[in-house]
Design a protein around this ligand. Structure first.
Ligand SMILES: Nc1ncnc2c1ncn2[C@@H]1O[C@H](COP(=O)(O)OP(=O)(O)OP(=O)(O)O)[C@@H](O)[C@H]1O
Length: 882
């Protein structure tokens, strides 16, 4: 149980130990409201408006929950469930958390999939006549977090909205902490699922026409008949009324938000579903943020086909942002490449890796900057040094705009803006586009930074209403107030000396306590010498305590002046904060340029330290990598131990390279590693990065597909083999001749001959029908025979050296097919009985002797290139004949 519990709230709260089923008044909807006392009546009125959120209701120093919410919160947060007198109705369940710990507990509830409505006191309890006025000041949901401590700094927290109309869909998403706001429209639900998978939004808004469900937050995996079919179940979905997603309402909401007359300039005028999604998203922000107005950047329209498509399997198999095995960041591509020095840069690198480009122009612009920074290490190091001084401008601006920034945030912002001129000087030394983007500093931002530094003290406190924020000399009213307080404080400080002189009592003291304020203390033995204007306030064993009218007057003046002074400081502070919010747009523009430069510096540093090369991007189908390496494995094993391997793929008139490589080799020889290495090099190249190779010429790919390993998908109840077949079907149905397909172990999850047959026909289809560039790693060395049938197929093997008692892995990929697998050898080394090994060899010999796969298919080979494979009866394979 937590140390915080309602047991420490008001005195009539009592722990509830009863069986949950016996708790009375748990359901607020079923009680007689007339019987409730005034505060509870207000509580249920508010609760009626937020039936699906946990309502945290401010009472004194606590945020309390009542009725069913109290039971839920007690269970989820392991707090003590108590009860409190709710009026004539008797006691109602209650659980509370201290107000200062709200963020922490809200975060825990959020992680468990709850939305939270915060109902705070909006007037001073001391000044309230009757019930203290309370209002919902914020609704916190997973997609609307703003609090620094609740947000991961190095990744975005996206809120998405989706509108589906048959096969077409619109998607809008934003990160309200950084203000990014995008929208798009396309067709094919699988593409929507892919986009959501790329973004990993914390919350997805879905329109529903069931009014009583509006506001429901479905936890990940919960599912609902109201979710459009085909959406991944792994997200938190919020059901919203479909009226706010109507075209006209959505449209006018966007126009008002960005103060526009038409959507033309935003690029979404003719994309009705994109507009509807964006409008619905804006309405949600209005509804949840209440008094915080979120400064969003004008919505930007994008097209998914402008980027390399990476589906969920590929993102997972290539371990782009997390590893397959344990889902950790450590060991992923992002981990190996993220040498950025700002949180903004880190978020940008993640985005770039998940959304590589399709146009040479954009890729080459990034490459140009990397090249410049590889060649000029001094400039690169100075830039990184400079970038380190720049805080998270995007999120600091976001907090300023939403009114949640504190004085330390503004000081960090000012310090960061103060670094821009030096950054500009460094940028001016470069030639490429990304360096040029920072070479001029907006004078308004310089001025803003100066003003913030001029007003705010260097190390301001966290609290904003207790003074100590603003420097002296910047505001005459404030200075006069400070002078008055200081004069009175000085008078009190001198009082001890002046009163000792006046009374002649050498040990007279001036003290302060909370109950009486300032007092003069005299030893009781000397109390007869107290002057007439001394008024006795307290008698202790050895001393008497007095006040004087003048002392009291000074004291109350100090107290009121301090209040005024704190208020004035707060006013000045909020003025500064609003000023920052007014500059949100130009600050974020700079932030984007800074983030991109940070990423390019990081990639240049890696390129230089790890000997990467600049890949030459070409428009054809060529993939020519000389001495390529796996970017993650290379840095995970001892330096110099990684064995580089080359790759040539992509047949064309000028190149005899194969389209499909059959890759064989014993277990653990490095097939998977090689396969992934090729995929990662291609992906890195299309991100604009240099690649781990001696040289590379790469044609742009439209998609990278992977099928690696075999894992049961228990969540959807699919067997290993069905997962494998689904993934393979997806590849065969969507790959094009511009795709890169990486297949590892197709057909292993079923009977050998079924598996081999499927593997064979899949490879054949890829090579003849689709002609995608493919690497097909397999233990079925029978597939090597394909190369003798199809001219665009080649065999490669990962080599090993056989010694009498062991195998040495050379990890070298060389032309030719392995004529045997080492499975039986591996079994022998593992200690299988000799008799079993002997029998296995015998069986193997029989299989090899009688296999007529190549002969059988060669007879039908004339049909292979004519797309008639399906209709032609291929001769009965003789595989079972041994
Ligand atoms: N080129 C290489 N240089 C150095 N070490 C390598 C290389 N390729 C692979 N390795 C090492 O060998 C290990 C096994 O590689 P990998 O998993 O790719 O084998 P595999 O042939 O796919 O095995 P299996 O058929 O059992 O799946 C890797 O973890 C890696 O450490």
């Amino acid at each position: 149980m937590s140390a915080y519990s309602s047991a420490s709230t008001p005195s009539d709260a009592a722990p509830l130990r009863t069986n949950l089923a016996e708790i009375r008044n748990a359901d607020y909807r079923e009680i007689d409201r007339e019987q409730l006392s005034e505060m509870y009546r207000h509580y249920v009125e508010v609760k009626d408006r937020y039936p699906h959120a946990i309502l945290l209701y401010r009472v004194g120093d606590f945020f309390e929950t009542f009725f069913q919410d109290a039971i839920t919160v007690a269970r989820e947060l392991e707090l003590v469930l108590t009860s409190k007198q709710g009026g004539k109705i008797g006691r109602v369940p209650m659980t509370g958390v201290p107000h200062h710990a709200l963020d922490r507990y809200a975060m825990q509830l959020m992680e468990k999939g709850y939305a939270i409505a915060v109902c705070d006191q909006v007037e001073d309890a001391a000044e309230a006549k009757g019930l203290v006025r309370r209002e919902v000041t914020r609704v916190i949901t997973p997609g609307t977090l703003l609090e620094e401590e609740m947000l991961p700094s190095r990744r975005n927290n996206f809120l998405a909205a989706v509108v589906v109309a048959k096969h077409h869909w619109g998607l809008a998403y934003t990160d309200i902490s950084t203000g990014e706001f995008f929208t798009t429209q396309a067709q094919g639900i699988e593409h929507l699922a892919q986009e959501l998978d790329r973004l990993q939004p914390s919350e997805v808004l879905i329109p529903t026409n069931a009014p009583d469900l509006t506001g429901t937050l479905l936890r990940p995996g919960e599912g609902s008949p109201h979710l459009p079919e085909g959406l991944p179940p792994s997200f938190c979905y919020s059901l919203r009324s479909n009226t706010v997603f109507l075209s006209s309402e959505a449209r006018s909401r966007i126009l008002i938000q960005f103060n526009l007359r038409s959507l033309e300039g935003l690029g979404c005028e003719h994309l009705p579903l994109a507009v509807r999604a964006a409008g619905g998203l804006l309405e949600y922000l209005e509804d949840t943020q209440k008094e915080n107005s979120i400064p969003l950047q004008p919505v930007r329209t994008y097209t998914i086909s402008d980027f390399l498509t990476i589906d969920r399997q590929t993102r997972s198999n290539l371990e782009i942002v997390q590893t397959v095995r344990d889902g950790t960041f450590h060991g992923s591509l992002l981990w190996a490449l993220d040498k950025t020095v700002t949180a903004m840069g880190s978020r940008t690198l993640r985005r770039w890796l998940l959304q590589p480009l399709l146009q040479c122009k954009g890729i080459e612009a990034r490459q140009d900057t990397i090249q410049e920074l590889v060649e000029n290490a001094t400039l690169r190091e100075s830039l990184q040094q400079q970038l380190r001084q720049i805080y998270d401008l995007e999120r600091l601006t976001g907090r300023a705009g939403s009114g949640t920034a504190n004085a330390r945030d503004l000081v960090s912002l000012a310090d960061s803006l103060g670094q821009l001129p030096q950054l500009a000087q460094l940028g001016a030394q470069g030639r490429s586009r990304y360096l040029k983007a920072v070479e001029t500093v907006n004078p308004d931002l310089e001025q803003l930074g100066r003003q913030l530094r001029q007003y705010l003290v260097e190390n301001p406190p966290l609290h904003l209403t207790e003074g100590g924020l603003i420097r002296s000399g910047v505001d005459t009213v404030l200075d006069e107030m400070k002078a008055q307080v200081e004069a009175d404080q000085q008078w009190i400080a001198n009082l001890e000396v002046t009163e000792r002189e006046r009374t002649g009592i050498a040990n007279l003291k001036v003290g302060y306590n909370k109950t009486f304020g300032y007092y003069i203390s005299i030893a009781r033995s000397k109390s007869d010498r107290a002057p007439e204007d001394y008024v006795r306030r307290q008698t202790l064993t050895n001393e008497e305590r007095y006040i004087t009218p003048e002392l009291k007057e000074r004291e109350s003046r100090i107290l009121t002046a301090r209040d005024d002074l704190n208020r004035r400081e707060y006013e000045l502070f909020t003025g500064l904060r609003s000023q920052v919010a007014n500059f949100a747009e130009p600050i974020r523009k700079v932030a984007r340029a800074v983030a991109a430069l940070d990423v390019l510096c990081a990639l240049a540093k890696i390129a230089s330290e790890r000997n990467y090369c600049r890949p030459q991007m070409v428009n054809g189908r060529e993939i020519a990598i000389v001495d390529g390496r796996h970017p993650v494995v290379e840095v995970s094993i001892n330096e110099g131990f990684f064995v580089p391997n080359s790759t040539r793929l992509g047949r064309s008139e000028s190149s005899p390279s194969p389209d499909l490589i059959i890759l064989t080799g014993p277990n653990a020889s490095g097939k998977s590693c090689y396969l992934r290495q090729v995929g990662l090099i291609q992906l890195m190249a299309q991100t604009g990065s240099f690649v781990p190779a001696t040289s590379a010429r790469l044609g742009i790919c439209d998609r990278i597909f992977t099928r690696v390993g075999a894992v049961d998908d228990l969540a959807t109840g699919q067997s290993t083999f069905m997962v494998e077949m689904n993934e393979t079907a997806n590849i065969l149905n969507h790959a094009t001749s511009k795709s890169l397909v990486l297949l590892d172990e197709i057909g292993r999850g079923t009977a050998t001959f079924d598996g081999l047959s499927i593997a064979w026909s899949v490879a054949e289809y890829l090579a003849t029908e689709i002609q995608a560039r493919t690497i097909f790693a397999t233990h079925y060395h029978e597939l090597n025979e394909l190369a003798s049938l199809l001219s665009n197929v080649a065999n490669y093997q990962v080599t090993v050296k056989e010694l009498p008692d062991r195998i040495i892995f050379l990890h070298q990929v060389q032309p030719g097919g392995a004529d045997r697998s080492y499975g039986i050898e591996a079994g022998r080394l593992a200690g299988l009985p000799d008799v079993v090994i002997r029998r296995a060899r015998q069986v193997m010999g029989q299989i090899e002797k009688h296999s007529k796969i190549a002969v059988g298919l060669r007879k039908g080979a004339r049909h292979l290139d004519k797309q008639t494979v399906e209709s032609e009866p291929v001769e009965q394979l003789d595989l079972l004949d041994f």
